[in-house]
Design a protein around this ligand. Structure first.
Ligand code: PEP
Length: 251
């Protein structure tokens, strides 16, 4: 039986004081939630301060990216040991904004996944098609290439630590979400793919999140789909009230 993970991707938002205020509000509002795993991914600059605020609460911490080297002359990058020491348990990898604006490829996604696992961080691997790809009818092909690329040379025992986020690019930050049924179909396809790459029991246990304009109004319908195991939420995760309503949707 899979549980639901509700993850907030704060992107390039929130100064340190703003992060503390938001994290505090979220942590205080979820003290009675045990049915859902809750994660927030603030910008790097806020990680250690937020880690202090959410210590001993139901809220977990994640980074928004990771570089594959541990240390060295790589100006501007952040490594696995740095994220671990800042209190992170998870890290988002291969978000479509990183693929689009920072030239992330399936190969570099794979290197980051390996770096995360080597540093006891749980990767949240983002995959998803553009509008053009959806209109061409190649959603499954695109997603399959991204998943195969991300999982290259990842051994089966590590799969239990990995989360996949299906995020159709045309739905991110646009207010348009995939219908619950459409999203569920792609999630089922991804689970089938994982079962081909590894085996049925492991693919049955893997969490596959939906991301793309998830909000309080559509969260319950999305979260009740058989293969949707939670959400990766951008815009609605930086407003305490809407993120809390998504966390509680359908409970
Ligand atoms: C995201 O950034 O992963 C995302 C899904 O954004 P939004 O919820 O704003 O569409």
């Amino acid at each position: 039986m899979r549980h639901k993970l509700i993850a907030g991707n704060w992107k390039l938002n929130k100064t340190v004081p703003e992060s503390l205020e938001l994290a505090r509000k979220i942590a205080q509002s979820v003290t009675d939630i045990s049915a859902r795993e809750i994660l927030i991914c603030p910008p790097f600059t806020s990680l250690t301060a937020v880690a202090d605020i959410i210590r001993n609460t139901k809220v977990k911490l994640g980074g928004q990216d990771i570089f594959w080297e541990q240390s060295g002359a790589f100006t501007g990058e952040v490594s696995g040991p740095m994220l671990r020491s800042a209190g992170c348990e998870y890290v988002i990898i291969g978000h479509s904004e990183r693929r689009q604006y920072f030239h992330e490829t399936d190969e570099t996604v794979n290197k980051r996944v390996k770096a995360a696992l080597a540093n006891q961080l749980k990767p949240i691997i983002c995959v998803g098609e553009t509008l053009q790809e959806r209109e061409k009818g190649i959603t499954e092909k695109v997603v399959e290439t991204q998943v195969r690329g991300a999982f290259t040379d990842i051994p089966e025992p590590d799969c239990g630590k990995i989360v996949i986020a299906y995020e159709p690019v045309w739905a991110i930050g646009t207010g348009k979400n995939a219908t619950p049924d459409d999203a569920n179909k792609v999630h089922r396809f991804i689970r089938g793919l994982m079962s081909g790459l590894y085996n049925d029991p492991i693919s049955g246990k893997m969490l596959i999140l939906y991301g793309g304009s998830m909000k309080p109004e559509n969260a319950e319908d999305l979260l009740k789909q058989e293969h949707i195991d939670g959400g990766l939420i951008g815009g609605a995760s930086i407003v305490a009230d809407s993120f809390i309503r998504i966390i509680k949707a359908g409970l």
